[in-house]
Design a protein around this ligand. Sequence first.
Ligand code: K8Y
Length: 464
Amino acid sequence: SSQLRSPADFVETFQPFSFFLTKVKDIKTQYNSIGALSLKDILSESMGKLKASCHFNFMFDMDWLVKQYPDSARQLPMLLVHGDQGRAELNMKADAQNFPHISLCRAPLDIPYGTHHTKMMFLLYTTGLRIVIHTANLIPNDWHQKTQGIWVSPIFPPLTNSSEKGESPTGFKTDLLQYLAAYRAAKLAPWERHIQAHNMTAANVHIIGSVPGRHTLSNKHSWGHLKLKKILSERGPEPTLVKNWPLVGQFSSIGSLGPDKDAWLTSEWARSLSSCKGSSMMQGIGASLPKLDLIFPSKDNIRLSLEGYNGGGCVPYSIKTASKQPWLTPFFSQWKSEGRGRSKAVPHIKTYTRHSPDGTQAAWFIVTSANLSKAAWGALEKKGSQLMIRSYELGVLVLPQSFGYKTSFPVSSRVEDIVEAEKATFPLPYDLPTTTYIRGDRPWFIDVPCVDLPDTFGLNWCPP
Ligand SMILES: O=C(O)CCC(=O)Nc1ccc(C(=O)O)c(C(=O)O)c1
């Protein structure tokens, strides 16, 4: 329709999957007018009249963040949940001094090299509670010209009588409360109570979270790749359906994954992602693993991006890590998003899926804060008796049966297909089939100078 629609209308028309990308400056309008939101859109009055909000994230620009709220909401109570310690925490506290309505909650990070990576918003309205799980830091650069993912919940209404649980068929409320409980933070108590007090029966995604720890026994399958394995073995695809359906991982950073592909990537991580209904037993016994496709920006994807080499500043893959794992490069495909008009918008989004060979169906899809690292997904220790996770991560899993599909759901990255399709079609952030690295391509490394070819702005890359 021609008349300008409100952000709430954008959200309404992009259901039932409610999975958006961030708006990108300087791409064609049509790619920002469907299935794309800015932070101002998310916080706008059309989405609900705010009473209070809470942001979980890794990086915060408080001045900028406050300015994304409508004038009427700029003094409302806001809690920021972060992982900064030491000097960085002092800087957070100093920034917050300027905003009497902002409180801080530091997430405990007791395992070295862990980060508070989770990106989530609690938006408490006069009419109910909305939850947003996404991939963007709360700094302007992350919402300017990158590709970021955003899952937007409906407004969950307050529970009318306290006897109701208000739980969804996907266990969304219980899992979210279990995630929050892991912080053991008094400052989160009010928000835990808000979540308890709202009716979340309409939540149609599963929570896949990670919290730091050495998780054993009943906790072992509550987090990371073992949580995903548990859900897929209970509610995942039939093994016969997905026999030769490939796995795709797509992310903006990579940890140290060991001396070869079988150290963790295939034997542990991909084995969990390839779980199927009833397979938690079978899976262990040498069942063959599906093709694994890893979408990670090449040097040229960054060089020719809207931001030029600077776009690589949020793709912190270190040559020091990469040089230990040359075996990984053959798995790589380029970042390509012609359908969404975002081939030149550096991907800071992280997604994982299992799709049909012809690329028209998916058995499941995840958008999450988790990069390809043991810190995020967990690594089995002590003969598989414990799962060690270093970081806080959060994502949502989309399964066909939560959307009225029996075995899989249609997918496309072409926005025109998505809006015109008769059957609800999942909006992919990148194009299928994927595009493997071409000869001469190499992965982007944040700490390697690039002086051979100029970027979009004619500049070189001299790492900071
Ligand atoms: O972790 C590793 O093994 C390598 C270092 C790394 O990846 N750091 C990092 C930190 C913050 C963010 C973020 O933006 O929240 C991201 C991201 O999202 O790419 C990545």
